[in-house]
Design a protein around this ligand. Sequence first.
Ligand code: ZN
Length: 70
Amino acid sequence: MSSKIACPHCGQDWLAAHRIKSTGEMFHTCPECESLWLAQQDLRQETENYLSEFLESTGITWGDTEKLAT
Ligand SMILES: [Zn+2]
C-alpha cells in the first residue's frame, strides 16, 4: 500500500513531506516544480504556494527543515 500522491501541479513527481525543525510545522513540496502545500491544504488540489516564497515569508532556510519518511 502506498500513500504517495502525485503532484497536482506538474504531475512529474511525488509530493514529499517535510517539517520545520524549530516549530514542528509540516508541509509538502513537489521536488520537481517546488509547489508547496501547507498542513491544512488538500494535497490533491492545486496550490498557489511555492517553496521559495514560503521560506522567504517564514524567514527560514531549507536547512531549517527536515524530510519526513513517507
Ligand atoms: Zn510538481
